[in-house]
Design a binder for this molecule. Structure first.
Ligand code: RIB
Length: 305
C-alpha cells in the first residue's frame, strides 16, 4: 500500500542561473563574474526537496513550461523522490527562471521571471484534493498567485506554513490568519511591518509582535547567522530567540536557498515529530540551514540525512 504524504508543497519551481562574483553589482555596473552554474530552484520546489532530503514523504503541486527546462526539472524531482503527480508542464508557457548573483561573502540578489508558475490556480487545489486530505503539513510561498495560495490554505486541515517570500507590501490579512505558522526573514518582516530595519534580536521580536497583531498565529522570523525568533499564541511564551550554529565566515559560500532549507526542515520535523516543542523544530531547521550555506547552489547545497 502506498504510504501517505507527510509534507505537501503548493508553490513554485524555477530554474536558477547563478553567477558567482567578487561582490554584488551596483546599479548600472557590469562586473566580471568568476563562475556560472545552473540549478533547480524556486522556493516551493526548494522547500519540498529540502523536506524530502530530511526523509519526509513529499508531494509538490506546481507548474512548469513544456520546454527542456520543464522536462529536466520533472526528472530531477522524481530523482529526489518527490511525488510529481500534480506537477504539470504547460504548453505555450516557459518554465520560470531566476537570475541570481552571489558574492564571495555568500550574499545574493535574485530576480525571478515566474513564467508557468503564474498559472497555478485555485482549481489545482481541487485537483489535488486527495493530497490535501492526507498531508500532515502544507507549505506555501508567494511566487505563485495569491488567490490559489489562499484557496490551498482554506482547504487544508493540518499544520500550514506560509513562507511570505518574496514579501508583499500589502499582504492580505487573511494570509496571516489562515497560516498556522507564518515565517519571514528579516527584510521581509521589515517590509511588512514598515520598520526601517531589523538587524537585532530585539528588533525582530518587535516585528514579530506586530505580525501577531496583524493576525498571524505562530510567527517565525529568520535572522541569518543570528538564527531565528518565534512567538506563539501563548503570551507566556514571549518571543524566544533560537541561536544558529556558528559557521566561520570563511566557510559561508552561498546563502541562496538557506531560508528554503530552513522551511523544508521545519515542515519535516513538524510532520515527523508533531509532539515536539516549536523551539526544537526551529533548532533542527537552523541546523539544516547552516549546513546549506557552506555549499554553493540552492538545492545542490541541501543536506541529506
Ligand atoms: O530562495 C531561493 C530561491 O528564490 C531560488 O532558488 C530562486 O529560484 C528564487 O525562487
Amino acid at each position: 500500500m502506498a504510504q501517505t504524504t507527510e509534507v505537501l508543497v503548493f508553490g513554485s519551481a524555477i530554474i536558477d542561473f547563478i553567477c558567482y562574483t567578487s561582490r554584488l553589482p551596483k546599479p548600472g555596473e557590469t562586473l566580471h563574474g568568476h563562475r556560472f552554474q545552473t540549478g533547480y530552484g524556486g522556493k516551493g520546489a526548494n522547500q519540498c526537496v529540502a523536506a524530502a532530503r530530511q526523509g519526509s514523504r513529499t508531494a509538490l503541486v506546481a507548474k512548469l513550461g513544456a520546454d527542456t527546462f520543464g522536462g529536466d526539472y520533472l526528472r530531477q524531482l522524481r530523482e529526489e523522490q518527490v511525488n510529481v503527480e500534480h506537477v504539470q508542464q504547460l504548453e505555450g508557457q516557459t518554465t520560470g527562471v531566476a537570475q541570481i548573483a552571489v558574492s564571495d561573502d555568500g550574499e545574493n540578489n535574485i530576480i525571478i521571471v515566474v513564467g508557468a508558475n503564474s498559472q497555478l490556480s485555485p482549481s489545482d487545489v481541487n485537483k489535488a484534493d486527495k493530497l490535501f486530505q492526507e498531508a500532515k503539513v502544507l507549505v506555501c510561498q508567494l511566487e505563485t498567485p495569491i488567490e490559489a495560495t489562499l484557496t490551498a490554505l482554506k482547504s487544508f486541515q493540518g499544520v500550514s506554513i506560509v513562507n511570505a517570500a518574496p514579501a508583499m507590501e500589502n499582504t492580505p490579512q487573511e494570509l496571516l490568519q489562515l497560516a498556522s505558522i507564518f515565517c519571514v526573514n528579516e527584510s521581509e518582516a521589515a517590509l511588512m511591518t514598515q520598520m526601517v530595519k531589523i538587524e537585532t534580536v530585539e528588533e525582530a521580536q518587535e516585528a514579530a509582535a506586530k505580525l501577531r497583531k496583524m493576525g498571524a498565529n505562530i510567527v517565525i522570523i529568520t535572522l541569518g547567522k543570528l538564527g531565528a525568533i518565534f512567538g506563539t499564541c501563548d503570551p507566556k511564551d514571549g518571543y524566544q530567540h533560537v541561536p544558529a550554529p556558528q559557521v566561520p565566515p570563511e566557510k559561508v559560500v552561498d546563502t541562496t536557498g538557506a531560508g528554503d532549507a530552513f522551511i523544508g526542515a521545519l515542515a519535516h520535523n513538524i510532520a515527523r515529530h508533531p509532539k515536539n516543542k516549536m523551539r526544537d523544530h526551529i533548532v533542527a531547521a537552523c541546523q539544516v540551514a547552516s549546513q546549506s550555506v557552506q555549499l554553493p547552489g540552492t538545492q545542490a547545497s541541501f543536506p541529506r540525512t
